[in-house]
Design a protein around this ligand. Sequence first.
Ligand SMILES: [Zn+2]
Ligand SMILES: [Zn+2]
Length: 87
Amino acid sequence: MVCKRITHPDGSVAILCTRGAGGRRQRCGRCGDPADYLCDAEVVKPGGTQGTCDAPLCRAHAYPAGPDQHRCWLHEREYQQAAQGGG
Ligand SMILES: [Zn+2]
Ligand SMILES: [Zn+2]
């Protein structure tokens, strides 16, 4: 997710966030190709709110995580390690 700080002429400030389609195309965090997907892994954001990782991912680096769901390489690795047990 890309967030932009907008200051209105009257001095009030708004934070504008874009996700997925619309706005500028994001780039894959791994290789820099145009990102078609965002990581859907659930994470706890700073401040304790629940959200999704939202790492931009190209076709090659979006690991399938279910119907219309994808994972970044970091969360894929976490998932693989968890799936192997090890604890
Ligand atoms: Zn990529
Ligand atoms: Zn992720």
